[in-house]
Design a protein. Structure first.
Length: 298
């Protein structure tokens, strides 16, 4: 596509920026074509001022895997239409009537809203409100409530799992996108070895070199795949890696499954566990996960 648009690539800064962005986006997705195209669908749809697919995108992976750099690039592309909010806005609050200035000032004006390092308890109802593509109401500080249909899509980048019940409505909204590569100071010397190990060298100037190309790539992708009849870009089917990763993510968000994994719970028909031991194990789990809400009855 780039070669078709620009015949003399080496002398065209826009073409070089587009290639630079696509190379790094391919690294972020471990050169998995289906995942790359699905991610392009998602990113290109940010131009459309509605969360019509009703999705909550969770970018997850180990540290130094490109998540932050990708969102730095998107921040340069969308400028004032990009906003990062505190993760506390997605955590349970004391009252729904409390002011939420971050949400009130961004959901109806931006195209993309992000949070970082989402961990601890998650307010599933708020996530469903924001991503429901229906009218919601939030209140700014010292102002009356304002409502409308959010124009922004919600993303979070995290290395940790939030604590939530993962209800059916919430499960339908979550899309967990894996970032499987690592960017290190001392990468393998050959390209084939880098691809095989998914280990690449860090590029300090990736944002500056890529943001123009990112804008052009996403705009071209939107133009090519958008449904002219309704003006929407419908996401292609989630690739197997996203489906599998989302299942794992949702399984691990369940508190009971977290407890079984953390305490290495095993079934043994020849042994019995006393209620005292069970209570002790639950308290140990809650303490180690920094959750001080001990149930009254077990």
């Amino acid at each position: 596509m780039i070669q078709e648009k620009f015949s003399n690539l080496t002398n065209n800064p826009y073409a070089l920026s587009m290639m630079h962005f696509m190379v790094h986006l391919s690294k972020y997705t471990a050169f998995e074509h289906d995942l790359l195209m699905y991610l392009c669908d998602v990113l290109a749809s940010i131009f459309i001022a509605t969360n019509y697919e009703r999705k909550f995108f969770v970018m997850k992976g180990e540290t130094s895997n490109g998540k932050s750099k990708l969102f730095e690039i998107l921040a340069r592309v969308f400028g004032g239409y990009y906003h990062c909010i505190q993760s506390d806005n997605l955590k349970p609050g004391s009252s729904s009537a409390n002011p939420t200035p971050d949400l009130a000032s961004t959901l109806f004006n931006c195209r993309i809203v992000t949070t970082e390092e989402l961990e601890g308890k998650l307010n599933e109802n708020r996530v469903k409100q924001i991503t429901g593509n229906s009218c919601v109401t939030f209140r700014n500080m010292y102002e009356s409530s304002q409502g409308g249909i959010p124009t922004a899509k919600l993303f979070t980048t995290t290395n940790n799992l939030p604590d939530c019940r993962a209800t059916e409505a919430f499960q339908d909204r979550v899309v967990a996108i894996p970032f499987m590569s690592r960017f290190v100071n001392k990468a393998p010397l050959t390209t084939s070895e880098q691809v095989r190990l998914n280990r690449y060298g860090k590029d300090e100037y990736v944002v500056e070199r890529s943001y123009i190309g990112c804008f052009l790539i996403l705009l071209y992708h939107l133009k090519k795949y958008m449904d002219i009849k309704n003006g929407l870009l419908h996401y292609r089917d989630e690739p197997p890696s996203v489906v599998e990763y989302t299942k794992i993510y949702l399984f691990n968000t369940d508190v009971y499954n977290q407890f079984k994994t953390h305490m290495d719970v095993q079934e043994n028909l020849n042994t019995m566990t006393t209620m005292t031991d069970l209570r002790s194990a639950v308290r140990q789990f809650l303490k180690s996960t920094k959750n001080n809400t001990t149930p009254k009855r077990i």
